[in-house]
Unconditional design. Sequence first.
Length: 83
Amino acid sequence: MKITIEVDCTPEEARSFLGLPDVSAANTVYVENITKAMKGVSNPAQMAEYASALAPMGQMGLKLFQNFVEGSMKAATGSKKSD
């Protein structure tokens, strides 16, 4: 027997239902700080230096940095993600 349950809710509703904290304020501060730090980056060497500063955060920090850079490049070039 197979039972499928589909729940239609927003991320905020799901977070509340599961008892998870709302980290949107912390996320906003983190993104603003990274954006400020990246404004002075003009070449790949500076970008690599900034990435090495994130290394203490481990693989997750480097992945976050990679996603940030990719998103910035897409925004700068006007590219849209295609799924």
